[in-house]
Design a protein around this ligand. Structure first.
Ligand SMILES: [Zn+2]
Ligand SMILES: [Zn+2]
Length: 171
């Protein structure tokens, strides 16, 4: 993703804003990957202070992942606020100063986007707050079906007590 900042580089103190959207390939981390189900949108405002550019805004997208309870695939929207600085210095030097480098009058946002995703994209979650998960005995997805192990559960003392309470309520 590229942001052209030619219009603010002439005068210090000048500001600009932009909304950019671009598909970003998934990111592979050791053993785990971030899979985006929607393009990344960057909403940013920026200012040139005579030396570098400060870029602040929000990055949003959605990730596709597997529920930690039932293992079903689902997507989750997320938005992350960021505030970064871009300087006209070599990349290695920028890394030491914890900022990003740029040349010419265009900021390449790819590295910043990748860093934000690695640090902030949700990687674990449940498909819905009341996900029932998998049966620990037979592995059935309890969101879709009731297995015979669950029926056995209905014979537990608690289930019997619940049944009794409902009986009393009806009278
Ligand atoms: Zn689930
Ligand atoms: Zn079961």
């Amino acid at each position: 993703m590229e942001l052209n900042v030619a219009d603010i580089l002439k005068i210090a103190g000048k500001t600009g804003s932009a909304r950019l959207t671009e598909s970003v390939a998934g990111i592979d981390l050791s053993g785990k990957s971030i899979v985006l189900s929607e393009p990344v949108t960057v909403d940013a405002s920026y200012i040139f202070d005579g030396e570098g550019i400060s870029l602040t805004g929000t990055l949003s997208s959605a990730v596709r992942m597997n529920c930690t309870r039932c293992n079903d695939e689902f997507t989750e929207d997320f938005a992350v606020d960021f505030s970064e600085r871009f300087l006209r210095i070599p990349e290695e030097q920028a890394e030491e100063q914890e900022c990003y480098s740029f040349t010419g009058d265009t900021l390449s946002l790819d590295k910043m986007i990748q860093d934000i995703l690695i640090l902030n994209a949700p990687m674990y979650g449940v498909c819905k707050p009341d996900c029932k998960g998998l049966c620990p005995s037979c592995g059935a997805n309890l969101n879709y079906q009731k297995c015979s192990c669950c029926e056995a559960d209905d014979n537990s003392p608690f289930a019997a007590l619940k049944g009794l309470k409902e009986l009393l309520k009806d009278q």
